[in-house]
Design a protein around this ligand. Structure first.
Ligand SMILES: [Zn+2]
Length: 307
């Protein structure tokens, strides 16, 4: 028996934008911190996903849900549907040790951080309401998973649903004992949650950037360099002048234009614009040919744009 993954995890769109921007623009201190935290969070979640994939019991896994009930939005890192219950997980990839005191979490220097239990209790309550509204009655158990093996929670209370990295193996072994088969009803719960899932959190605050102050050009996949040469053999490649890695010109162009679409979704893609975006190092003829093959064309001559 093995779990069935109903929904996989996506990179948050804010992280995708920050990652793309990072190579072309100097992020503010605040955005650098946001990037670090989002990236760290995703790494922790992916580590937990990998552990769940190795479970040896029948359950349905739904990762990364964003749901709404009564105008209240809530997010779930991972949700497992078993025969007789649902498990809900909030995953934290903290590195620095924390201590727990009077229902609050503190860093060693006494600085208080948000207690993930509050987030967890809210999500559990809202999920319960959402399931009931859709006529599903199934108990929910929820846990905060501290995935980082370096992390310790000092004065961790025994009566709270905290699972530290050192306890995870035993915790997953216990889950493996859940041997009861699932029914159509369980699939219906999963289908309903997928149907209600919203795509992504709307980004609260975009980093401040403009076309003018952003680095143009094709960047290397492996290093931060923007300098390269194109090969002259039949199969066109770009060669990074910094690290020497090669990439097919087609794939380098696809990446570079994708960056533009992501950072400037309102702007039209034209041959001239992409010529400028590629720092004028790829000929307009090559670009036009590429766009014709990979994008759909609207208009003609000087009004042509691609989408
Ligand atoms: Zn390179």
């Amino acid at each position: 028996m093995s779990p069935l993954i109903i929904k996989t995890r996506q990179e948050p769109s804010e992280l995708v934008i920050l990652k793309t921007l990072k190579s072309r623009f100097t992020l503010s201190k605040e955005d650098q911190t946001k990037y670090y935290n989002l990236n760290k969070g995703l790494e922790g979640e992916q580590q937990f996903d990998a552990l769940l994939e190795n479970l040896q019991c029948e359950c349905l896994i739904l990762n990364d849900l964003l749901l709404t009930i009564n105008n209240q939005r809530f997010q779930i890192d991972s949700l497992l549907i078993f025969n007789n219950k649902i498990h809900l997980y909030e995953i934290k990839n903290y590195v620095d040790d924390l201590y727990f005191e009077s229902n609050q979490l503190f860093k060693k220097d006494g600085f208080e951080i948000s207690n993930p239990l509050i987030q967890l209790e809210r999500a559990t309550s809202l999920l319960r309401q959402l399931l009931l509204k859709n006529n599903f009655q199934i108990p929910i158990q929820s846990f905060v998973i501290f995935i980082n093996p370096e992390f310790s929670l000092l004065q961790a209370p025994l009566d709270k649903p905290f699972i530290l990295s050192s306890q995870l193996n035993r915790f997953l072994k216990d889950i493996n004992k859940e041997g009861v088969a699932l029914t159509q009803q369980h699939k219906k719960i999963a289908e309903k949650l997928i149907a209600l899932n919203m795509k992504d959190y709307p980004i609260q605050q975009y980093p401040l950037y403009s076309y003018e102050n952003i680095q143009k050009g094709i960047n290397c996949l492996h290093c931060i360099s923007f300098s390269f040469k194109t090969t002259t053999n039949r199969c066109l490649q770009v060669v990074c002048l910094n690290c020497g890695r090669k990439e097919q010109l087609e794939s380098a162009l696809a990446r570079t234009i994708k960056d533009f679409q992501l950072l400037f979704p309102q702007d039209k893609i034209t041959t001239n614009k992409m010529y400028e975006w590629c720092a004028k190092v790829i000929s307009k003829k090559t670009l036009r040919r590429f766009l014709k093959v990979h994008f759909s064309q609207t208009g003609s001559n000087r009004w042509t744009f691609y989408s």
